[in-house]
Ligand binder design. Structure first.
Ligand code: PAF
Length: 293
């Protein structure tokens, strides 16, 4: 595995990779969720490129850019162990050259869910991912379904800008009690960590309510979920919503879920950690911890 920071070095090393290339962009502090993305990349392609870049433009004022957990050597070791070919860790200057004034923004899909409370987030994500796609030129790029809205926005960006890249989504990897893996879970103290199971419990509560009776109005499903979260004093809801799985538009409260199905998505703050999670309510429950709740 080559560790690379400079763009000309990346381009040279990329040109030497023969066969197909998968790319997993990350902000580092890699956990099993990231490793699942990397395995999927290697399953689909001959080579794997992983980037670690804590992208400043996707953090709003007062968010955790400065504290975001970092462990570059540990990350490199995990990537090497997994069979990664190129481990790319650019500096800010390399990604955003001096005087850079070009912006890539996906309209509409960013208006919902996390968009209103994190207005700079998705524009920051598309700006960095578009640049990384141009630098790495992968055949396949792999993202986690935990960041459901991010995945939808990146798919749309790739379609609209004709990037010749296949976008692959990988199911959320969870701790044994159901908590979705996230680098931000490390902000939780013991009490907060215990209460953080309310997100996956809330999703399963809504799932079961829907599966018992498909004609229930969306408001009932949201209530089933919020009841779970409200029962944990350390948890504060940012949003809990049922949205259209592709358009991400909120479904009408008084109506049942329609033929296109629905994703329940939520953001909940516990202590310093803003946690997100989601679940398709109209599909089988994924294998693993959610089935044991
Ligand atoms: O999902 C993430 O870790 C980041 O948003 C990404 C896609 C690496 C862009 O910085």
């Amino acid at each position: 595995m080559q560790r690379i920071t400079a763009i000309d070095e990346l381009r040279r090393a990329r040109a030497e990779l023969t066969g197909s290339v998968a790319f997993v962009p990350t902000m580092g502090f890699l956990h099993d969720g990231h490793l699942a993305l990397m395995r999927e990349g290697l399953r689909r392609c001959d080579h794997l490129v992983v980037s670690v870049f804590v992208n400043p433009t996707q953090f709003g004022e007062g968010e955790d850019l400065d504290d975001y957990p970092r462990d570059l050597d540990g990350d490199a070791e995990k990537c090497r162990h997994l069979g990664c070919d190129l481990f790319f860790t650019p500096q800010r200057q390399a990604v955003y050259p001096d005087g850079d004034v070009t912006r890539v923004v996906v309209d509409e899909l960013g208006d919902y869910l996390c968009g209103p409370s994190r207005p700079v987030h998705f524009p920051g994500v598309t700006n960095v991912v578009a640049r990384l796609f141009n630098l790495v030129a992968p055949d396949v790029a792999v993202f986690g379904e935990k960041d459901y809205q991010q995945l939808a926005i990146i798919r749309r960006m790739v379609k609209d800008l004709h990037f010749p890249i296949e976008i692959c989504g990988v199911p959320t990897v969870r701790e044994a009690d159901g908590l979705a893996m996230s680098s931000r879970n490390r902000y939780l103290n013991n009490d907060e960590r215990e209460q953080a199971i309310c997100l996956s419990r809330a999703l399963v509560a809504a799932y079961r309510a829907y599966q018992q009776d498909h004609s229930r109005p969306v408001a009932d499903l949201v209530r089933a979920a919020t009841n779970e979260i409200d029962s944990r004093p350390l948890a504060a809801i940012d949003y809990v919503e049922c949205v259209h799985p592709d358009r991400l538009t909120p479904l009408a409260d008084a109506e049942p879920i329609g033929d296109d199905g629905a994703v329940m998505a939520m953001a909940v703050t516990i202590g310093r950690a803003r946690l997100i999670d989601n679940l398709r309510l109209d599909r089988a429950l994924p294998d693993g911890p959610l089935r044991r709740i």
